[in-house]
Each structure stands twice: as C-alpha cells, then as structure tokens.
Write a protein that binds this ligand. Structure first.
Ligand code: DAK
Length: 258
C-alpha cells in the first residue's frame, strides 16, 4: 500500500478512509487507479485492525466516470481482454462495510462505484448521473441494475436514456443515498457512521452485510452479465467512437446509428 499514485489513505482507529486522488481529471477512473483501489480495499478488508472503510473523492468530484481517454479507441476485443469487470467484482465481494462519502460529480463509473458501497452519505453539492448515453455507450459497471433497484424503473430509465443528472436532494428522495448533509461535514458524517459500525461485533457486521446483499444477489448476477455483453457490443459501433471523440474534442457528437 506504499507509494500510492492515484489514492490517498488515512487511518483513524478501526476506520480507514480511501481518497480517490486524480483531482485534475475529476477523479476519472483510469486503469491504474482501479488497480490501486482494488488492491488497497482488499488489503484493508483482510486487515484485522480495520473494521469499516470510507471511500471518498474531493469536494468537486467523487468521480466523473471511467477515463474516457482510455476507452475512446477501444474495440470489443480490447475491452474483453482488459477484463476490467473482474476488478469491479472484487469490490462487490469485500466483506467489510464500505461507506461512500460523495461530494460534487458522481457520474458514470463513479456513480456505479458509489453504488458498490453499502451506504452512501452525500454532500448537498453532490450530483449523480449515468451520462454514458451522451458518449454513445451505456452503463457497464452495474448502473442499469443497481440504479434501477435503488430508484425504480421510471427514474432509472430517464437517467440512463437521457444522461441527465439528479441532485443530492433528489437522490435522497429517490432512495439512492442514506442522507444529505452540509458540504462541510459530508466526510466527517460518513466517518462517524463508520466508527459507529466499527464498534459492533466485526463478525456480526460481516455476516449481516452478506445477508442483506443476498436479497438480490442471484438476480443481480444475471443482470450484470447481460449489461456487460451489451456494453461490449457498443464498442463495435461508430457512434461509440464518435461520442467519445466528441467529448475529448469538446464538441457535440453527431450520432448516426451505426
Ligand atoms: N474521463 C476522462 N477525463 C475526464 C472525465 C472522464 N470521465 N471527466 C472529466 N475529465 C477531464 C476533462 O476532460 C478535463 O480535462 P482537461 O480538458 O482539463 O485536460 C478535466 O477532467 C475537467 O473536466 P471539465 O473541464 O469537463 O470540467 P467541467 O466542470 O466543465 O465539467 C463534467 C464537468 C463532469 C460535467 C464533465 O467533465 C463531463 O461531462 N465529464 C464526463 C462525464 C461522463 O461522461 N462520464 C461517464 C464516462 S463513461 C467499465 C466500467 C465502468 C465504465 C466503463 C467500463 N468496465 C469494467 C469495462 C464506465 C464508463 C463511464 O463512466
């Protein structure tokens, strides 16, 4: 865990806080960051001196999504070989409670990462969205499944098909986040909650988390598999190339349905 390039780590008693740390790119989740994140979370998960973890970004962004520069030129075979989903599966399998402390942009893969967490505390400045459709693709790391379960079909469909963001208050009303707190305290509130959970029996916490997740696990796995296949397929389209190139060139995309 030494020499972290894309993360920062703080420890306080039984609570570890992991900060996503690519501020210039609004914490866009590049491959290097995801590698570090998964390794760090797994290490903390196996460390008996840690009982709860907080995952956060900075005030401006939790994370603005997967790194578009790394995906723009990719074809389905490249995406398949990268096998990035294996990393996300490892986050899904963490045993200890993981609390997201979200401020600012929480978009695309960033929103999907926050939804991998067990509890979400949002700053009043947080904005949530699945804007992949605007760059010619769709959510690939569980967004179509977890968002729909969290906020219902009607709202999820609108977000996924238009890419529109929702505010922290809306996210609270829709059931995506546990609570919305003033910007100054979003992180300390998440850490307070983590300490509260860390005071419980670690074994009971682990088994209780596992049991809550079981509620939808088997359906979730079918859904994730379906989503992944569709996501890969989109990398065979001209619209994906156009959508991502347009973002990087800072212009509006011209989609052709090809
Ligand atoms: N990727 C790369 N760079 C990004 C980025 C991203 N997702 N988001 C922002 N940046 C960069 C910008 O390019 C800009 O860089 P410079 O021009 O300064 O070099 C810098 O961060 C600041 O961004 P802006 O200048 O755009 O800042 P604004 O305040 O004007 O706008 C914004 C903020 C968040 C509205 C805007 O940056 C934006 O729309 N960003 C893209 C949001 C987005 O489309 N997100 C979804 C990406 S697709 C997978 C797992 C997950 C995924 C895919 C596969 N597998 C396991 C296979 C997920 C996919 C996605 O998330």
């Amino acid at each position: 865990m030494t020499n972290l390039q894309f993360l920062r780590l703080e420890r306080d008693g039984y609570v570890a806080t992991v900060f996503l740390n690519r501020p210039k790119q609004l914490n866009a989740l590049n491959i290097g960051l995801m590698d570090e994140l998964v390794a760090t979370l797994e290490e903390l998960d196996c460390d008996d001196s840690v009982r709860a973890m907080v995952l956060t970004g900075n005030e401006k962004a939790f994370a603005a999504g997967a790194d578009i520069t790394e995906m723009a030129g990719a074809d389905p075979t490249t995406m398949l070989k990268r096998d990035q989903f294996a990393k996300w599966d490892r986050i899904r399998k963490l045993k200890k409670p993981l609390i997201a402390a979200v401020s600012g942009f929480c978009l695309g893969g960033g929103c999907e990462l926050a939804m991998h967490c067990d509890i979400m505390i949002a700053s009043e400045t947080a904005q949530f969205g699945q804007p992949e459709i605007k760059i010619g693709v769709m959510p690939g790391a569980g967004g179509t499944q977890r968002l729909t379960r969290a906020i219902g079909k009607a709202r999820a469909m609108e977000m996924v098909l238009t890419g529109k963001f929702i505010s922290a208050q809306e996210a609270y009303q829709f059931g995506l986040v546990n609570r919305v707190v003033p910007a100054e305290v979003y992180l300390s509130e998440a850490q307070k909650l983590a300490h509260e959970i860390a005071a419980m029996s670690p074994v009971a916490v682990r088994l209780a988390k596992e049991a809550v997740l079981k509620v939808y696990e088997s359906f979730l796995l079918d859904g994730l598999e379906f989503e992944r296949k569709n996501f890969y397929l989109l990398f065979a389209t001209e619209d994906q190339k156009e959508g991502m190139a347009a973002f990087l060139e800072k212009r509006a995309p011209q989609f052709k349905g090809k």
